[in-house]
Design a binder for this molecule. Structure first.
Ligand code: QUE
Length: 340
């Protein structure tokens, strides 16, 4: 089985293979940091359906091509263009099928082993974090940076993030904090740390069909930056509302708090409120309910002017000067209607 064709129509953008008892998936759009396009999503859906039912497939190994990225997210540039073109069917199809893949991975029932060696953001977390094994190297960089483009933590991370220790998840969701491999293990987003140099040997060992080999390659992670900031993160991000978090960070008076304030002031104000409310609701919901809530939000949030403007400023013009509507946290009234 192979997946759908990529832009160049030469190699598929998701390469699916059977290698003995393993199903292997290679995300293969290295020039776009393996960002997920519709063809890749469709390829994931087909592989999950086929391999879940095939008793000869004992596990799945997922990797990113090109040595730089695991997967930078979804093809949000294409989504922005579809929104501007009024092509809402394309947007609806993308998120519906992407979230079905996230649910399918959670329900796969066999080891789903992601080898994360490079950037893993947004949709990249969606195709890894619901699986059983999230292996990270020292080269891994994990983040949910959606508030920078006026989205929100989706792909089922609204389920995952509130279940991390303390207020780590809300901090990650609001600030888009980038966690290095060991920090991601510390936070609970990743499960195993394996040095990059050992990944080819780990991959080879996984092709025996035994996911238990991961334990033999994994190295302990010393408590680091995340543990050091935990008390301040919990204190400030547990304040109960976006304005209260801002006030708590201002009261903190540390260099760390000042840097977090500067980051939050650059994000879409509306998106910060949506994210805070979503994670509060999601803490009490199943993954399926979270994905449904996320899908409802995509329908309203992608037509809010901040989405096209955020993608423009971060990924199209790359000027980093988004003009948000409303422009400040203080001017946000309510985000309740966006939840439908
Ligand atoms: C926030 C995001 C994304 C992002 C940057 C953000 C995102 C995403 C990409 C991305 C990066 C490189 C690519 C590409 C997309 O960047 O979701 O096609 O080549 O997919 O600050 O949410």
């Amino acid at each position: 089985m192979t997946a759908a064709a990529n832009d160049a129509a030469t190699e598929p953008s998701l390469i699916a293979r059977r290698e003995g008892p393993a199903g292997t998936l290679l995300m293969n759009r290295p020039r776009a940091l393996n960002a997920l396009d519709q063809a890749m999503i469709d390829g994931f859906g087909a592989a999950i359906e086929e391999w879940k039912a095939d008793a000869e497939v004992e596990l799945v190994v997922l990797e990113g091509a090109g040595g730089k990225a695991f997967c930078a997210g979804g093809d949000v540039r294409a989504m922005r263009q579809a929104v501007l073109d009024g092509d809402h069917d394309t947007v609806e199809r993308f998120f519906t099928t992407e979230y079905a893949v996230n649910q399918g991975i959670a329900e796969f029932g066999k080891p789903w082993v992601s080898l994360i060696d490079g950037v893993c953001m947004g949709g990249g977390l969606g195709v890894s974090v619901h699986g059983s094994h999230r292996v990270v190297s020292e080269n891994a960089l994990l983040a949910m940076p959606e508030t920078a483009i006026a989205l929100f933590p989706d792909v089922g991370t609204s389920y995952v993030l509130p279940r991390l220790p303390g207020k780590l998840g809300l901090w990650i969701a609001m600030t888009g904090a980038r966690l290095k491999g060991p920090e991601a293990v510390e936070a609970g987003l990743a499960t195993h740390f394996v040095p990059r140099a050992s990944l080819p040997a780990l991959r080879e060992a996984l092709l025996t069909g035994d996911a238990g080999v991961v334990e033999r390659f994994a190295q302990p992670v010393p408590p680091g930056a995340v543990a050091a900031q935990r008390p301040a993160i919990d204190r400030c991000f547990g304040a109960g509302s976006v304005p209260a978090i801002i006030a708590a960070l201002e009261a903190e008076g540390t260099e760390w708090a000042a840097s977090q304030l500067a980051i939050l002031r650059r994000m879409s104000p509306t998106s910060l409120f949506v994210t805070h409310e979503l994670l509060a609701r999601a803490a009490k919901m199943s993954l399926r309910e979270c994905l449904y809530t996320e899908l409802c939000l995509t329908r309203t949030v992608t037509v809010h002017p901040d989405f096209a403007e955020g993608v423009r400023s971060v990924l199209v013009d790359k000027d980093g000067t988004a003009r948000w509507t409303p422009p400040t946290i203080e001017e946000v009234q309510t985000v309740e209607p966006l939840f439908g």
